[in-house]
Structure formats: structure tokens, C-alpha cells
Design a protein around this ligand. Structure first.
Ligand code: PEP
Ligand code: CO
Length: 519
């Protein structure tokens, strides 16, 4: 641990300059709310946080793949039974497709149960003719232009909405929602997907799984009986799901930071297991956004002292030397699983920056998990004025990332996506990103544009991405098995994209004449 660390406390960030600060008009009320939050129970536990740290170290060793996904911003209004179940169903469907293709465990971290605060490029925004304070997320102020004054009571509300979301997620997962034996995957997914070809691809996976489970039963390896009879934990019936949000609102994060003994058996590669540590108990994983990662700023100061695994967004303005200094500050002991770098350059800039970043991090000896966020560098405004992202551009950044890692003797450990499985009462998906096998075009965007923040992939577009990644790793696996690594290096990286395009074409052809589901 660095000497500096002795001076760290959950509130030491208060001595540093803070980006994206929120000014509350009523300080007494702010202090009263923070005092209340600081006495409420933890939302997550040190044991769970340590388990995630360990699993992220496995991702770094290429033994697992990381899926980090969910809303750009959650809202208090969307905290309801259906929305939570649909979001979980999409996370599980996506990860099942990956597991099937890559034959690798997937570590799932949802942008869920706390993703309520947003950084903004500008302090004000124009709504009609009015210039009002920008909306900063339900944790801070209201979407209604007349409700833009920051209100500390919203932090209390964020705590309770997080806790009720988490409670329902835990309930679903512990009562068989994720069970493959109980045939749940059909329920999560198939009703959301219109394209017969995509449905068929998912069905093929489920058929393959049923066969594999039947085979395990025959040879006596299946442990489902205990689960189906309400018995012990079954690895196929219950899955891990971790929660995350951007650690933007430091007063809130501080109030939920608690000191605990480090659970015995915690994974500490340096051998320096601390007896006690500060855990942020509002989520398992927190990340530093691209706008708040200043080396001498409040956010980096706060993050360096918590024991949770953390993410850091890496955009095109990050200098190589700055990146290494950041890693030195937040992970001085070079602990595996502690830092995940989430790159988000934009499809047009990834070539310019990623290889250099991989090289400086390698040279520094810092262990990191590399994750591609192909969303945040690829947002544009449509002709109708709606913020959107194009499926092709998202895939382009993702494909480049996979290739550049391979060329630099590195490996992409995961993806970070903004997606949602939410449907409206008629069963239609959101229409926020263009393209994908549904072929959404800009004129479809207003049909069901729900996001009040960044545009998200809908259910079907998300499964398109899942199949792309899954097929890439399937081909890699097969090439390795056949001992054709050289051939793979030349051909396979690019063929994943071609594969997606040809499947999309067949899907579109097979439902010719029917309108997109979003219509
Ligand atoms: C986000 O992840 O929602 C976000 C705002 O990202 P970034 O900090 O990379 O812009
Ligand atoms: Co976003």
C-alpha cells in the first residue's frame, strides 16, 4: 500500500477539486439526508464484493468473459416488476449465448439497482425556448423542467429504489428465474424476438443445452434434483449477478462506505491481505466516468481507497502516461481483478488510441481487465433531433477492439453496453438505436423512444451483438482445437462481422412483408 493511502478516508475527497459537482441550496437538509443514509444498512456485502474481485481476476486470466450492461440511467418510474424482470431476462439471454459460443463462464454486472446519477457536458440545457439546469438523473433533480433544483431527498429515494430493485433481483434469482432445468430461458426471451431466424438461433442453443443436461443426468453429473425440490444451491439454477453504477455522487457514496473486516479467503495476490478495509456497500462495482477521472480530482481520491473492484472509462483524450499514473494511484499493489479499463473512443478513433494504451499498460506491469464500450463514443443526433447510435458503428468499434487486442498480444475481456429488455404494454421494444436485424431506421425512432438519457439497444439488437461475440469466440475455440491458430489470426477476426451480416440478411428475408415489431 502506498504511504499516501494512510491519509485516505471516506471523506478525504472533500479536500480535492470536484468535477460535475452538485450544489444544494439547503445544506442543513443535505446533511440530515446524508446522516440518515449513513445509518441505513449496506445494499451489498463484503463477501459478495470479494467474490466479484476474484471473478474479475479470472476474466483477466482469460478464464471468463465480462458482460457489463444495462441502462444509461435508471429512473424511479421504471422501477417496477415487469421492467426489472425484462432487464434480467435480457442479461441472462445475452450471457447464455456467450457461454454457449465461448464455452466460458460469463461474469454479469448490471448497470442496475443504483444507476441514477448522470454527468453532463453542460450545466444548462435548452427545452423549447427555456434554458434550464440540466437533468442530472433521478438521484439529483427531476426530468420535469420545473423540477431542476437539486433536492437531497432524492438520494434517500435512490437508496430505497436501489434496495427494492436489488431485493426483487435476488428474489427472482433465488427462486428459479435463471434455472435452465425449469426451462426458463424460453420465457426470458422468445416472446421478445420477432425475427424467426433469430428465434431459431436461440432455440438451437436451448436444444443443445437440453441435450447436454440430459447427457449429464444420464451419467449422473446432474445436481438439479436438489434444486427442484427446494434444496441446495445449483450452479445452473442460481447465477451470480452483480450491481454497478457510476460513482459520481460522492456524498452518497461516502455515506454508504463502511469499514469491515476483510472476509477470510479474500483473494489478495500481493499477499498483503488487510485485516480491515473500506467497502462501498451501495454496489459491487463502481466506475469513474470519462468526465471525472482527473488524477488530482475528488473522484480518483475517493476511488483509490475503496476495496471494491472499480472501472475507469478511457476516452480519446486520455494520454498514455496519464493512464499509467491513474493505475498507480488506484492500484498501487497491482492486484488482479481490482481495475477494469472500459475503453470508449468511438469507431473512428479506436485505431488511433487503443494499441498505444495497451502497450503502455503492458509496459507498466499493471494487471487490468480490458472492456470495450462501443456505445459512448458513437452517439449522434438524428435528423428529427433524437440522440441515437447506429448498430453498424457499434459493431465496427467492437470488431476493431477485438482485432487490435489480438494484434497487440492482448485480449478483450468483456463488453460494456447500454441495452434494455423493456417492452411496452403491447409487447413492443424500444426504438432508440438504428440498424440491427430489425433494420430500424431513423424514421422509426420516435415510435417508442423511451430513454431520457443515451439511446439503448433493444432486446433484438442486443441479441444480435451477443451472437456476433459468441460466434467470434466459437470460431476461435474451434480454430484452436484444430491447432490452426495461424489460419485463425488471418481470417477469423474479420469473419465474425461477415457472419452477422449474412444472418441478418436471412432473418430479414424470412420475415419479408411483416413490419418491424417496433412499428
Ligand atoms: C455512461 O457510461 O453512461 C457514461 C456517461 O459514460 P462516459 O463517462 O464514458 O461518457
Ligand atoms: Co450513457
Amino acid at each position: 500500500m502506498s504511504a499516501n493511502n494512510n491519509e485516505w478516508s471516506p471523506s478525504s475527497w472533500r479536500t480535492k477539486p470536484i468535477a460535475q459537482d452538485v450544489e444544494y441550496p439547503d445544506q442543513d437538509n443535505l446533511n440530515r439526508v446524508l446522516d440518515k443514509v449513513s445509518k441505513l444498512p449496506p445494499l451489498v456485502t463484503p463477501g459478495e464484493i470479494e467474490r466479484l474481485r476474484y471473478q474479475l481476476a479470472q476474466v483477466q486470466n482469460n478464464e471468463a468473459f465480462l458482460l457489463h450492461a444495462g441502462d444509461c440511467a435508471e429512473s424511479f418510474d421504471a422501477c417496477n416488476q415487469e421492467a426489472i424482470a425484462h432487464k434480467l431476462g435480457l442479461i441472462l439471454s445475452f450471457s447464455l449465448i456467450l457461454i454457449w459460443g465461448a464455452r466460458m463462464p460469463v461474469v454479469r454486472i448490471g448497470r442496475i439497482a443504483g444507476q441514477y446519477a448522470k454527468p453532463r457536458s453542460s450545466a444548462t440545457e435548452k427545452i423549447g425556448d427555456r434554458v434550464v439546469t440540466s437533468f442530472r438523473g433521478d438521484n439529483v433533480n427531476g426530468l420535469d423542467p420545473d423540477d431542476r433544483t437539486p433536492n437531497p431527498e432524492r438520494m434517500l429515494s435512490a437508496y430505497f429504489h436501489s434496495s427494492t430493485t436489488l431485493n426483487y433481483l435476488r428474489g427472482l434469482l433465488s427462486s428459479g428465474f435463471a434455472s435452465l432445468h425449469l426451462n426458463q430461458p424460453r420465457d426470458w426471451s422468445l416472446s421478445h424476438v420477432q425475427s424467426p431466424a433469430l428465434q431459431q438461433e436461440f432455440e438451437n442453443i436451448l436444444d443443445g443445452l437440453s441435450d447436454a443436461l440430459e447427457f449429464s443426468r444420464t451419467i449422473g453429473q446432474d445436481r438439479s434434483k436438489s434444486y427442484e425440490h427446494g434444496g441446495g444451491r445449483d450452479p445452473l439454477g442460481e447465477v451470480d449477478l452483480y450491481t454497478s453504477h457510476e460513482g459520481l455522487m460522492l456524498p452518497y457514496e461516502e455515506a454508504l462506505t463502511r469499514e469491515f473486516p476483510v472476509p477470510s479467503g479474500a483473494h489478495v495476490a500481493s499477499g498483503k491481505t488487510p485485516a480491515k478495509a473500506h467497502y462501498n456497500t451501495s454496489a459491487h462495482f463502481l466506475w469513474i466516468g470519462d468526465r471525472t477521472r482527473q488524477l488530482t480530482g475528488a473522484h480518483v481520491e475517493y476511488f483509490r481507497g475503496i476495496r471494491n473492484p472499480i472501472g475507469c472509462k478511457v476516452g480519446p483524450s486520455m494520454q498514455g502516461e496519464e493512464l499509467v499514473r491513474l493505475l498507480d494511484i488506484v492500484n498501487p499493489d497491482k492486484e488482479p481483478g481490482r481495475v477494469t479499463l472500459i475503453t470508449r473512443y468511438g469507431a473512428g478513433k479506436v485505431e488511433e488510441h487503443l494499441a498505444g494504451h495497451i502497450q503502455v499498460v503492458k509496459a507498466s506491469g499493471h494487471p487490468v481487465v480490458w472492456v470495450c464500450d462501443p456505445m459512448h463514443g458513437n452517439t449522434h443526433t438524428s435528423a428529427s433531433g433524437l440522440k441515437t447510435r447506429s448498430f453498424g458503428t457499434i459493431i465496427s468499434e467492437l470488431t476493431s477492439c477485438i482485432r487490435i487486442h489480438t494484434e497487440n498480444d492482448s485480449r478483450l475481456g468483456g463488453v460494456s453496453l447500454e441495452f434494455t429488455g423493456e417492452l411496452d404494454d403491447k409487447g413492443f421494444s424500444v426504438t432508440e438505436c438504428v440498424g440491427g436485424s430489425m433494420e430500424l431506421c431513423e424514421s422509426n425512432l420516435p415510435l417508442r423512444y423511451q430513454s431520457f438519457c443515451d439511446p439503448r439497444l433493444n432486446f433484438e439488437q442486443s441479441l444480435d451483438v451477443a451472437f456476433l461475440i459468441s460466434n467470434h469466440y466459437k470460431q476461435e475455440r474451434r480454430a484452436l482445437r484444430k491447432g490452426k491458430q495461424n489460419e485463425y489470426e488471418e481470417d477469423v477476426v474479420y469473419s465474425a462481422l461477415g457472419g452477422l451480416q449474412s444472418r441478418s440478411t436471412s432473418r430479414i428475408a424470412s420475415r419479408a412483408g411483416s413490419p418491424p415489431k417496433a412499428a
